[in-house]
Each structure stands twice: as C-alpha cells, then as structure tokens.
Ligand binder design. Structure first.
Ligand SMILES: CC(=O)SCCNC(=O)CCNC(=O)[C@H](O)C(C)(C)COP(=O)(O)OP(=O)(O)OC[C@H]1O[C@@H](n2cnc3c(N)ncnc32)[C@H](O)[C@@H]1OP(=O)(O)O
Length: 410
C-alpha cells in the first residue's frame, strides 16, 4: 500500500475516506472547507490501488508555553484508517513520515487531540492538557460575589462579520496569556462564524458579545447559545458558553457577570474551562457549579526538539535536573541536563552526567507544559527516580502558576 502526499484534486476521495473513518458516512461533502485548510505537503493519504483508505493531515501552528513564549508545533488531525484496512501499520507509517518531516522543519513539538487514550503513547505522545466543563445552577449560585469588574467598560452584541474582523486580533493576544493555546486560523474563524460550512452541518449562529474597555479597545469576547425551554409559562433556559476570552481579570469578571444575568436563563453551562480559571470561586455559592461529564485528557504533546522546547518555557525555581529519556524514534533519546536560572529562564543540553530521573518521551511530554507532576508520574510507575528527592526537586523546577489549557478542538 502506497502512502503519499495528496494533491488538491484528490481532496474529494480523501475527504470521503476521512468521513468514513470518523463514522460519518452521511456527512455532507465540504469541498470549500477542505480546500481552505489544505496545505500542500501536509496531507497524507494511504492508497490501496486508486482507493483512499487512510488519511492524515498536519498543519503549522504556534503553541504557547509556560511564561508566554510560543514554539513552532506540528498539529496533527484527521487521522483515520478505514475499518477494512486497520491494524496493518498504516497509521504507524503515516505518523513516522509526518514526525520526520516536522523534525526536519525544526518543529519543537507535535500535538494532537487523541480520540482514544491508547493510540498515541506508542508514538511518543503524552497527555498534556485537560478539558472540563461546568454546569452552574443559577437558582443556587447567588450571583457573582462583589469583585471588581472593568471600570467604564461596555458590552455590545456583535455580528458575525464584526467577529471575523476583531476576533483574530483579540484571540492572538489572548492565546499568548494561556499556556497550551494554539493559533486560530482564518479558516477556523470563517467556520465559527458560518462563512464556511464544514462537513458536520448544523451550524447555528451563536450570540456574541464584545467587551470594550474605557479606551474603546476590545478586551474580551463571549460566545454563547441558549436552548429556549419553557416549563408551562415559566422559562427554564440553559445558556451554553462556547468561548470566553478575556485579556484581563476585570474583563473576565464583566463577561461572566453578563452571562449570569441574561433573562430566562436558569443554568449556565460552560463547555470547557481552564483548570485554574477562578470562576467557581467568583460565585457566592461555588457549590452551585458542578463538573460536567466532558472532562479528561485533551491535548497530547510529543517533544521533538528537547533544546528548543525546554529552552522556550520558564521555570519555577533555579536548579539542575538530568533526565534519561527513552525515545524509540530517536528525537529525544539520551541524557539531558535542564538548567534553570533565578530569572526563570532555562536551557536543555545533552550531557554525559548521571541521570536523576529516567522516563519515556511520552511522560516527559506530559510534564512539558506543567499539566502533570513528576511526583504523580513517579507514583504511577511512569518515571523512575534514580536519585532520592529528585522528583520533588524537578517538580519545583517545572511548576507553573497556571495549568495549561487548549481552548480549541483541532
Ligand atoms: C488526531 C486524530 O485525528 S484522533 C482520531 C483517530 N482516528 C480514529 O479514532 C478513527 C477510528 N480509528 C481508526 O481510524 C484507526 O483504527 C486508527 C487510525 C486509530 C489506527 O490505525 P491503524 O492503521 O489500524 O494503526 P496501526 O496498524 O498503525 O497500529 C499501530 C499499533 O497501534 C495499535 N492501535 C491502533 N489503534 C489502536 C487503538 N484504537 N487502541 C489501542 N491500540 C491501537 C495497533 O494495535 C498497533 O499495535 P502493534 O504494533 O503492537 O500491533
């Protein structure tokens, strides 16, 4: 079976294979949307004769790391192998080819959202961010505590056209404040605002409000939908928050206050929220918020370039930790010294010194953004502590003020 880069003309058959692989035989063809995200050289197809039986796409993005720097990342998506051709090594071949190209380009990491937990560990990926939703019962919440909001700011509804205009610049600033966030492409904004239709139909125009500060600068955006439900003559509506982007704490509070004040609404469901978002504590009764079932591991990371990846982020304490990393694919294999300075910067270089900790590249990748701790992975048998106390020492070094979060599915 042949694996090769597809051409734009082959997107039709490739898209059909993708929809079959994702169990969507009835999906609408979405030629325009597929073309909009097509990047020559980054979409692979596995072919049995003329028939496309495997799909794999990657795209270039930037990943925000602790401290606010960004690293070039290989974002992997649209991975399928037809039910008729599974377990013959097609995914393994497409992955090996894509990771080699990413390493060649100089990408520091590869990232993806794993459909199932057990697929990607073998390729060196580890779960690195978590997702989790909240459902807030407004009849119990007692509103937001009296916390300072944005003085002199204002909130207005926006049209989809306005969102396409101001959303990208707002998000570009926002993502640099959130480790784990990636870029939002123009095609993503068009899909989110109904200007481009994807294959899984059902796009409904959401409500979007923009927050502007006293200087009339856009500092936040809230995107939501409302399920209009009535019990007899009484409203019983749920407001579902899709996007809550704020450049500062005061804007965040103002947007939450708005979401909790919409008439007819009895509960607010936040689809996904950063694990360290203060929201539940802003409520008069934080127990009115309960975690929804949509929580668990989300973005997986695979470190490709140790020096570039660990040199870009910041650290919680000065020190030196030597990792012995096993990586069957070779990219991160070997012994690495992570040296961190009092100003929070760090560097990662090859060393012949004895190691403090031994671990696989997947475990190391789980630690990279600060979403996991060495002590926990050691307790789980995923890290071996070669020098007593090294796990705690490494945790002090790797710790971050906020856990990472990726707000976007890709
Ligand atoms: C980033 C994303 O797009 S996530 C979406 C992933 N896609 C899907 O879940 C769609 C449905 N599933 C599929 O299309 C396919 O089953 C895939 C893509 C998950 C796997 O493709 P395959 O070509 O069958 O994988 P391949 O043959 O290379 O398997 C490599 C190894 O991984 C193992 N493996 C593959 N899929 C799974 C799985 N779902 N669970 C556990 N192990 C798996 C195989 O057993 C094999 O192990 P071995 O080498 O020890 O025998």
């Amino acid at each position: 079976m042949d694996i090769r880069e597809i051409t734009e003309d082959e997107l039709g058959g490739w898209g059909r294979a993708l929809d079959l692989g994702f169990m969507r035989p009835d999906a609408a063809p979405a030629p325009e949307a597929r073309r909009a995200v097509f990047d020559p050289g980054r979409s692979l197809g596995a072919y049995d004769g003329e028939r496309c039986v495997g799909t794999f796409r990657s795209f270039a993005t930037e990943l925000t790391v602790p401290g606010g720097a960004v690293v070039p990342a290989d974002a992997i998506s649209n991975v399928t192998v037809s039910a008729t051709h599974r377990r013959r090594g097609l995914l393994s071949r497409m992955m090996a080819r894509d990771l080699a190209a990413a390493s060649e380009r100089g990408d520091a990491v590869a990232i993806l959202i794993a459909a199932e937990y057990r697929i990607y560990g073998r390729f060196g990926f580890g779960p690195a961010t978590r997702c989790g939703g909240l459902e807030i019962d407004l009849t119990r919440a007692g509103g937001l505590r009296s916390v300072p909001g944005a003085e002199g700011g204002r909130i207005d509804f926006a049209t989809m056209e306005e969102v396409r205009k101001v959303g990208p610049a707002l998000f570009d600033r926002y993502r640099r404040t959130q480790p784990g966030a990636i870029e939002r492409s123009e095609a993503t904004w068009r899909l989110r605002t109904g200007d481009l239709r994807g294959s899984i139909g059902d796009w409904k125009e959401p409500f979007v409000v923009l927050h502007r500060d006293a200087a009339d600068q856009v500092t936040g955006m809230l995107t939501y939908s409302v399920a209009d439900v009535w019990e007899g003559k009484r409203p019983d509506c749920t407001l579902v928050v899709h996007d809550h982007l704020a450049l500062d704490r005061a804007t965040a509070v103002a947007l939450w206050r708005f979401a909790f004040s919409v008439d007819w609404v009895r509960r607010v469901e936040v689809r996904d929220i950063a694990p360290d978002d203060p929201l539940p504590l802003l409520l008069d009764d934080p127990r009115a918020a309960r975690a929804t079932e949509r929580s668990g591991d989300f973005m997986w990371v695979r470190v490709l370039d140790m020096t570039a990846a660990f040199g870009a982020r910041t650290y919680g304490a000065p020190g030196r930790v030597v990792f012995a990393v096993s990586d069957p694919a070779g990219y991160a294999e070997g012994r690495w010294a992570l040296e961190t300075a009092p100003d929070g910067s760090g560097s990662c270089t090859r060393t012949a010194d004895p190691a403090d900790l031994a671990l696989g590249v997947g475990a190391l990748s789980s630690l990279y953004l600060g979403g996991e701790t060495v002590s926990r992975l050691t307790a789980a048998g995923l890290v071996e502590e070669l020098v007593p106390g090294a796990a705690v020492r490494a945790d002090l070094t790797l710790r971050t003020p906020d856990r990472p979060w990726c707000p976007d599915m890709f």
